[in-house]
Design a protein around this ligand. Structure first.
Ligand SMILES: [Zn+2]
Length: 148
């Protein structure tokens, strides 16, 4: 089997034809532009030749797929108390913003406000819960009065 007459013109020529095919250019028009017979263009479009249209499309899909080679970077916020400035880290390495690569994935850390159980309990107490607590205490008191 002889080589496809599109591919035999080289990778660059095949790429141009593939781009025209991708834009749904009629084969007759590609023939007019490239002097490659439309039957050859048709075979190239649907074949599995060296620089085939299907390989061209597959390569495009691959280039759009998420890059799994990126690093997992932790983005730390500035923290009050220990004077730690905001920074990025990769394992035990500190990175500068300019060291980040497009393929990297950022885990952004945010600290919650300091938890104080006493204040928290006070903030969460409502009139309803006070009433329920009072009722429960009353019930407990009345039960303890019951003869055993
Ligand atoms: Zn070909």
């Amino acid at each position: 089997m002889s080589e496809c007459s599109v591919c035999s013109k080289g990778e660059e020529a095949a790429r141009i034809v593939n781009e025209l095919l991708e834009r749904k250019t009629p084969l007759r028009e590609i023939q007019a532009q490239t002097s490659i017979h439309k039957n050859s263009l048709h075979r190239h479009q649907h074949g599995n030749c060296r620089f085939s249209f299907s390989k061209f499309k597959a390569a495009k899909i691959k280039s759009k797929a998420p890059n799994l080679d990126g690093r997992m970077i932790v983005s730390w916020p500035e923290r009050d108390g220990d004077g730690q400035p905001a920074h990025f880290s990769y394992f035990d390495r500190i990175l500068h913003e300019q060291d980040l690569l497009p393929a990297d994935t950022l885990f952004i850390v945010e600290y919650a406000t300091r938890f104080d159980p006493a204040t928290h309990a006070e903030q969460n107490r409502t009139h309803v819960s006070n009433a329920i607590v009072a009722e429960a205490r009353e019930e407990d008191a009345s039960r303890s009065k019951l003869p055993t």
